[in-house]
Design a protein around this ligand. Structure first.
Ligand code: PMP
Length: 439
């Protein structure tokens, strides 16, 4: 196949002059490590609520955005940014009410023992900091993650992100466990299998002379393929980690801030108590703010011996944006909306599953939904190629999603928390049109 800038000749032929020029400029100045979404990349120029607009004015329903989670360019966030940026933007080494107001409001969403927060700019930094602190507290170094986890880009955290693929080796201090996949392992077995795997991973670390420090889990197992049910399946594994002296770090970068429905945090669905919670993505609706929340006791030794300063992390402008985001989520009933529209949306997708055998499973919590595509329901053989065609077909018809999972055969769907039934209907109709077009 002839490739032009990584595109097949067929895909390249679809590009406009402007798109072609942008792709070439991009490759020239940004180098080869970046990837574009979709066979026909998008050139977006504007966002508003659930909609994105390309340079030709075509509108797309954004069902793949866990950053602008309360809607693109939300007026209250824009206003908060502007009002604070006009007055002052410094950092956490000066006294400032805005930072503390936000910290208190954020901590109020957690149980009393999770009572201190540190701010970063990215989820990767938050996980990196959580790992450093867990290591200091436990005196161990080992980390347990799921088989296809993604936790970020720093050296240590990339080494604990097996979804980055063979080019980014898993670190010696990391052990991976099978993701708690109820569709493949069975809903009745998944909690026990997961706990047994965690126990075995801890034993393996010890056998190799590595003291384990923490169990780090994404609250919705997004890159492992969106694994949500049965709610509660984390309890046994977390209990094993605790018994063995590990800390449990809940990575809420994907599942936090109301994403999974009636709870603010994804781990709450499972009835477990983390020692550290990391968060990011939707925290500032696009403004780079992230952080980690701790039990004070866990943070204590680190705080006494190490100095922490993150130039941009938790600056007054970022905190003003984040404060507005929490106000909107809580004040405008977005968790209730997310739970209700999420159920309606899943029911619509389940309706499609009755008519299209390609759909093997529909799962998810709130507005984080996974649709697993299989070539054969009995063997559950992954329909990897069809999944890529669906993702690209949806894009051509104006709906944005992506895929996940070990065989990239799970549609990964994350509409904004302001998604309404009419948007869910449009999504389901579009998916049906794409599924029909596959035959
Ligand atoms: N954890 C999870 C579960 C994520 O999905 C991501 C980002 N996709 C991160 C951490 C890293 O966040 P960031 O890109 O802000 O560094």
């Amino acid at each position: 196949m002839t490739m032009i800038n990584g595109f097949t000749a067929e895909d390249a032929a679809r590009l406009s002059e402007t798109e072609r020029a942008l792709i070439e400029r991009r490759a020239r100045v940004l180098g080869p490590a970046y990837r574009l979404f979709y066979e026909h990349p998008l050139h977006l120029v504007k966002g508003e609520g659930v909609w994105l607009y390309d340079a030709d004015g075509k509108r797309y329903l954004d069902a793949y955005n866990n950053v602008a989670s309360i809607g693109h360019c939300h007026p209250k966030v824009v206003e908060a940014l502007y009002e604070q940026a006009k007055v002052l933007n410094t950092h956490t080494r000066y006294l400032h009410e805005g930072i503390l107001d936000y910290a208190e409001k954020l901590l109020a969403t957690f149980p009393a023992e999770l009572d201190q927060v540190m701010f970063t700019c990215t989820g990767s930094e938050a996980n990196d900091l959580a790992l450093r602190i867990a290591r200091q507290y436990t005196g161990g170094t080992g980390l347990i993650v799921t088989q296809l986890a993604y936790h970020g880009v720093t050296d240590q955290i990339a080494a604990a992100s097996p979804s980055l693929g063979a080019g980014v080796p898993v670190g010696d201090f990391v052990r991976t466990v099978r993701a708690p996949d109820a569709y493949r392992l069975g809903a009745e077995n998944v909690a026990q299998i997961f706990a047994d795997d965690v126990r075995a991973a801890i034993a393996d670390l010890r056998r190799c002379g590595i003291k384990p420090a923490a169990l780090l889990l994404d609250g919705i197992f997004a890159s492992d393929g969106v694994l949500s049910d049965p709610a509660g399946f984390l309890q046994q594994a977390v209990a094993v980690a605790r018994e063995e002296g590990l800390l449990y770090i809940a990575d809420e970068v994907q599942s936090g801030f109301g994403r999974t429905g009636s709870h603010m945090w994804g781990y709450q669905r499972h009835g477990v108590q983390p020692d550290i919670v990391t968060m990011g993505k939707p925290m500032g609706n696009g403004q780079p703010i992230a952080g980690a929340v701790f039990r004070g006791e866990v943070l204590d030794a680190f705080g006494r011996t190490a100095r922490y300063f993150n130039t941009f992390g938790g600056n007054p402008v970022s905190c003003a944006a984040a404060n507005a985001v929490l106000d909107v989520i809580q004040g405008e009933g977005l968790m209730t909306n997310c739970a209700a529209v999420g159920e309606y949306f899943k029911a619509g997708l389940q309706g499609l599953a009755e008519r299209y055998p390609l759909i093997g499973d529909v799962r998810g919590a709130g507005l984080f939904v996974g649709v697993e595509l299989v070539t054969d329901r009995a063997s559950k053989a992954p329909a990897t190629e069809a999944t890529a065609r669906v993702v690209n077909g949806m894009r051509e018809r104006g709906v944005l999603i992506s895929s996940a999972g070990p065989a990239a055969n799970i549609l990964k769907i994350r509409p904004q928390l302001i998604f309404q039934r009419e948007h869910a209907d449009l999504f389901v109709q579009t998916l049906e049109a794409v599924l029909k077009s596959l035959n």
